[in-house]
Design a protein around this ligand. Structure first.
Ligand code: NAP
Length: 298
């Protein structure tokens, strides 16, 4: 089986690519720039340079592929890179090229909490991408992840750096909003398993970890596992929101997130992993064990 992975320079895409390669699949990693070629080739895959505004490059990259795993996306939009160009346009282009190339299966990472009633930019963009994916002529599979955690994820890396240096970690508002971290290794294994499971296609799964934790509990556990003191810097949500609307160098309260990231962080969407576990036959890694793994590999 030949599998294409788009977004292969990213945190999730690169891990999924390695998993597929190690399972013996023939893998093509789609890249926008030369800089990621070395990693793709080292993982045992072939690199294809593509331009998401050129159908020709995408069709060439997808030629002969049985499945496409679409892991392109951003957590924030900017003037130069609105969600319409970082999420919706690449999704349209990938679906059109996959259909032309005769790809039979297309899996996509949406976001936990995506719903048509949302008014938040991130979730609206994800909802539109889901609609496009569901219109794909072949089989589709949509995952809605909570926070994906593992070696290489920017947020856990930043928290560890702060803990190690004894620096304060911002907590926006109450810190009581919940997250459900899922290991990136589990995500990669679920993606690989999907290729041999007929029953999971044309379905949508919440991609969530086995435990629900508040943001504050998450930080507390991280500090415990790292054996470091936790210094929190509470930031009032109103101030955080004001900050997030300003250029980074004009922020007054130390907020590090964009409005989109703040929206998603405090959205408090949680779900049961039971459907995922039953359909894919996986044992999900407790997030404490993922944290230990991150620390071991650091
Ligand atoms: N990580 C999480 O916790 C999480 C949670 C929920 C959903 N997701 C979704 O899962 C997917 C992968 O996430 P990730 O954490 O791996 O993200 P990531 O590390 O930021 O990687 C994003 C990938 O998308 C590509 N990309 C960004 N803007 C693009 C554009 N305008 N056109 C084409 N490609 C573009 C990047 O390629 P370049 O290197 O060329 O820029 C990169 O390969 C995303 O759709 C994300 O929304 C992730």
């Amino acid at each position: 089986m030949k599998i294409a992975v788009a977004g292969v320079s990213g945190f999730v895409g690169s891990r999924v690519l390695r998993e597929l390669s190690s399972c013996g699949f023939e893998v093509v990693g789609l890249l926008r720039s030369q800089s990621g070629i070395h990693n793709v080739v080292t993982a045992g895959a072939r690199a294809a340079l593509v331009d998401y505004s050129s159908q020709e490059t995408l069709e060439q990259a997808l030629a002969g592929c049985d499945a496409l795993f679409h892991l392109v996306g951003t957590s924030s939009q900017t003037l130069d890179s609105p969600f319409s160009s970082s999420m919706i346009q690449p999704t349209r282009a990938l679906v059109a090229a996959a259909e032309k190339a005769g790809v039979k299966m297309l899996a996509y990472n949406s976001g936990l909490g995506t719903n048509k009633g949302s008014t938040q930019s991130y979730f609206l963009a994800k909802a539109e991408c889901e609609r496009i994916i569901q219109g794909f002529m072949g089989k589709n599979l949509i995952f809605r992840p909570s926070y994906i955690i593992g070696k290489g994820d920017e947020f856990s890396g930043l928290v560890l750096e702060r803990l190690t240096k004894g620096e304060e970690i911002p907590v926006y508002g109450s810190g009581r909003y919940r997250i459900q971290p899922i290991s990136v290794d589990d995500v990669a294994s679920i993606y690989a398993k999907s290729l041999s499971l007929n029953s999971v296609w044309n379905r949508t799964f919440d991609l969530v970890g086995p435990e629900v934790v508040t943001f504050s509990e998450f930080l507390k556990t991280y500090a415990e596992v790292a054996g470091k003191p936790l210094k929190l810097k509470p930031i009032n949500l109103e101030f955080a929101l004001q900050d997030s609307m300003r250029p980074v160098n004009e922020r007054r309260y130390g907020t590090e997130l964009s409005t989109d990231e703040l929206d998603v962080l405090i959205s408090d969407f949680i779900s049961s992993p039971s459907e995922l576990v039953a359909a894919f036959g996986v044992r999900l890694t407790p997030f404490r064990d993922v944290l230990k793994m991150i620390l071991r590999n650091n």
